[in-house]
Design a protein around this ligand. Sequence first.
Ligand code: ZN
Length: 189
Amino acid sequence: MIEQLQKLPGVGPKTAQRLALHILNRSEDEVQGIAQALIDAKKQVGFCQTCFHLSAQSTCEICRNRDRDSSTICVVSDSRDVIALEKTREYDGKYHVLGGVISPMDGIGPEQLHIQPLVRRASTPEVREVILAISPSVEGETTTLYLGQLLKPFTKVTRIAFGLPMGGDLEYADEVTLARALEGRRELD
Ligand code: ZN
């Protein structure tokens, strides 16, 4: 059990041991509940066919919500960023999850990411702005510039402001910083 737990991100040997002992002290029913929740989530949760955010249905809650502004698409690298931006409560448009960033070193090119579906969405007349909200790393910058060039012929393209620290992940930025970054977005040159 300790070996398996250590495979989780952020869990070192000590934490794995602590979790293992904690689990052993719970009742069998409780442990069954935890295990079942993990298996159920893995079985049921897939990707939204429109925006590629995690979803238990073919279209996610955000895409289904008619109260949200369909003219704006916020592009992020993964679902954790959607969750972080949703916490700010400042954004009421739609999202598009790329599934990573362009990283030739890791063999990730544009074709490995959900970029073609994004181009299709951005080229519909309904969409008036695409906001690029990709964490500012070297790969993130490459991805932002690539998408800017690709999408500009179709719609207005903006990027979130750099109040965010270089190399800082969106998900670690506090809500106020993130809300400001979104508010201070500017059009791509
Ligand atoms: Zn969706």
